[in-house]
Design a protein around this ligand. Sequence first.
Ligand SMILES: Cc1cc2nc3c(=O)[nH]c(=O)nc-3n(C[C@H](O)[C@H](O)[C@H](O)COP(=O)(O)OP(=O)(O)OC[C@H]3O[C@@H](n4cnc5c(N)ncnc54)[C@H](O)[C@@H]3O)c2cc1C
Ligand code: SF4
Ligand code: SF4
Length: 1013
Amino acid sequence: MNAPLTQPLHFHPPHDDAGIARRLRGAVEGEVLFDRGSRGRYSTDASIYQVLPVGVLVPRSDADVRAAFDVCRELAIPLLPRGAGSSQCGQTVGAALVVDHSKHLNRVLGYDAAAQTVQVEPGVVLDALNAWLRPHGVWFPVDVSTSAQCTIGGMAGNNSCGSRSIAYGNMVHNVEAIEALLADGTAARFGPESEMAGGSGRLRALVDGLRAIGERERQEIGACVPPVLRRVGGYNIDVFNPQSVRPYTADGSVNLAHLLVGSEGTLAWTRELTLKVAPIPAHRTLGVVNFPTLHRAMECARHIVELSPSAVELVDRTMIDLARGNPAFRPVIDGALTGEPDAILLVEFVGETADGPRKRLDDLVALMGDLGLPGSVVRMPAAGAQKALWEVRKAGLNIMMSMKGDGKPVSFIEDCAVPLEHLAEYVDRLTEVFRRHGTRGTWYAHASVGTLHVRPILDMRRDGAIKMRAIAEEASAMVRQNKGAFSGEHGDGLVRSEWVAWQFGPQLAQAFAQIKSLFDPAGLMNPGKIVEPTRMDDRTLFRFAPGYRVAPMTPALDWSAWNVHNDPATETLTAPGTGEDPARGFGKAVEMCNNNGHCRKFDAGTMCPSYRVTRDEIHLTRGRANTLRLALSGQLGVDFASEPVREALDLCVSCKGCRRECPTGIDMAKMKIEFAHQWHKAHGSTRKEALIATLPRWAPWAARAPWLFNVRNRWPWLARLSERTLGFSARRKLPAWRRDTLRRSASEAPMAEANVVLFVDTFTHYFEPENAHAALAVLNAAGYRVAVARGGDSRPLCCGRTFLTAGRVDEARAEARRLIAAVAPAVERGATIVGLEPSCLLSMRDEFLVMGLGESAQKLSGRALLIEEFLAREHAAGRLRLPLRKLPQSRALLHGHCHQKAFDAVAPAVAVLELIPELAVDVVETSCCGMAGSFGYDAEHYDVSVAMAELSLLPAVRKADADTIIVADGTSCRHQIADGTQVTGAREAVHVVRVLQRALDQGSAQNATAAGP
Ligand SMILES: Cc1cc2nc3c(=O)[nH]c(=O)nc-3n(C[C@H](O)[C@H](O)[C@H](O)COP(=O)(O)OP(=O)(O)OC[C@H]3O[C@@H](n4cnc5c(N)ncnc54)[C@H](O)[C@@H]3O)c2cc1C
Ligand code: SF4
Ligand code: SF4
């Protein structure tokens, strides 16, 4: 290994920050972010490192990047290109001006069907590109796991590789040309060397210099570049003497774009890329091979690849168990197993006809018989089953990453690549190394190419750095012995650049330094990566650097579940509250975010609606978690309850999307309640916040004089006044108060006899009592004895949600206690508590459990269900008798409330709607509707709120036929739909229980007709 720099990578710009920011603002149209919060949010990626950048530029155009380069060159400020920042090795962390191309430079520029190429800007996200390409019948086949968020520029920067690299190669095999900008301002198209040779001046000197290095090092390249497919460390100097088992070009000719691929932003800025595309395979099939031991699986991998699969992916016993622990995944994984295997290999075959893959699956079955494992293959020809199993593999990794405590699975030898014949021995020996260091790893991923992912659990605040080096030393010795690559997927960055000289030898390391200075003589491009590295274990560069401390805090909610230590060898946790967190677990909960960037996804799911609208790092779950962590640890230089933190949380709509979809379980909605509580303690409530929070208390008065309270909706000048004085948007109508609120009805059973207790929330009670009537009608029709939960005084019960939103946790707790006391006898008796409004009912299963409400809250959480969950459960158990009849309409379009999605309660809503004969149910693939309680009524949030709804919900509703029933269980979702369709053709959305009621009434109407007059 060459001597790494001993100086840490902290750069002190020769000019003051304000001066640099001023210069940049004068030169560019994009956003120039130099505040402490923004710099902090860009100081980390999915690695263990953290370095404060000089500042951040979010360029609007290519011209912005050029202008910024000019300023930085003049002021000698380093530059750091960045996409999604999902690198695992610290590539995008550095004391430089970070240039984030992901927000604006993300267009597909052109598609050439004849040449099978596509031209893109660097910020286009892989999944977005593939969605664009799909209608052409092609895809970009470098299918990395972070496809939902990673950008093509970042993929090229890291020479990324996907699960199917055995069939399609790495990034370097799929890039044809790169339009690049050098730090000195030179712009050039890098492609086949033959096309570049005729250049002049700077470019000519560059190309000649590179060629000279290539010729000089020809022999050394042959001797020192590992001849494996998965080798992504160092520069791709083997363009001059091909070493990869899959050549970069068909004829072995030199393409200088390939030298930029994998250069981690250290040579040039990528402005545009020309990529090769591949036809989407017409047919896929999957064989799951079950092995008695991991060792056996690894031994067999090399024989399996002889059958030309498109992927061979490993899932080990730990992952299998994790998946089986999840009720949703258990049937999927069980369907792939024969007996109790220690490991499985997912072997995929693709082809243009169904016969090809089927035949190769037969070959796999025969091969396993020959290898002494007859009957070990489970065939999975159905696309749905295949997809479900791939999802399980992903989810297993997510569960692993959600480990609580300071020990975390750390990525630093996660992607060593060894030739397949040595894989079994490598796995055995490394497992033993982990054991000796008191830890263990879970193995998964790309067995086809000898790149097995494994992350030992290390505590980077304590002895992690020492163990990391010791394990890396031993792993590297094994990699060398086996002629493998130390970096087979994730690149060099800060964690592995010091290993570049070790891997390639001093002579090639010297050649890399020369390549770097030919491109970037002033050393401005992403310094400290690949060449002139820092030490991997330089703790001053760690996110949890020496001296990292969380300030003491007394949280309002109970975060003790996070306040634990873990045992890296057994993964067992200490008791809640024993983790020594001065913020009593809140600090550790916030620190769970490992910056993997999954919250940047745009496809399915909910997370994160505000980012989907603004595309700003500050409005991302990750940006928020980082802001909280920096504030709690004193790195923002302001109090926790301060404006920069409030700003980061402002557009969080508390949808709980992250609670379900973030791999590490970041629950920002709950964190926002905690912040709001601390803010409220320090600053009090505004008039609007107080008005909304206390609504359950003054609602009875409003219901006595609804005309008075509703007048604001009729008189525009009053709406404008309410905007000026209170902050309610004049462009919104507020929910209309009703005089006919929910009264006691004859159909209610006494509480003591009820087997179902209906909890009617404040919104249903005062604004839409017909939903409660419908619920009573449906439940009674099904034969349940239903009581309505009522408080001892005249005021209806409330879950406390409005108080929680305002951070008034004590008042919310008082409401919750009142509710719990009212329903406790029924809960004790085993009755089910059923509710209608997802955010209210589901708080009994969520926030109630962290509000210090004791055992009765636990019991309630076990019996509280949304009405659709209850009915679906009863139906599944064969107990539901509902005389539902066909409706005049034949379609329903369902929009799931975010909290319904977070608690898996959309499927039950679909299930109960499908009980109605001949009703076809479609679910709108939506994120948040944008109304989110009171969020959409705020004047300052109105535009964002509408933009969220316009992402998919409102277009889908507008597209629906006039006789399609629009179903939405959330009060605010229904309001957003009504508001958003006012101009284009009003649509009313209804609660699922109203649709059921109509289908019941339909029955009575038909009976009445049948009976005759
Ligand atoms: C959970 C998880 C799973 C992962 N799985 C995979 C996987 O399956 N396969 C894989 O290969 N990787 C994987 N990665 C690593 C990472 O996601 C990929 O390398 C990804 O392609 C990086 O894309 P990005 O947009 O986040 O790039 P960034 O991290 O933002 O940047 C990557 C590098 O490219 C450089 N760069 C970015 N833009 C430019 C530009 N315009 N010009 C010049 N240089 C530029 C940056 O400086 C940096 O050095 C995984 C990471 C995580 C956290
Ligand atoms: S918030 Fe969750 S999804 Fe987003 S980066 Fe952090 S860990 Fe990943
Ligand atoms: S709660 Fe919703 S809006 Fe808030 S960070 Fe999570 S996903 Fe984003």
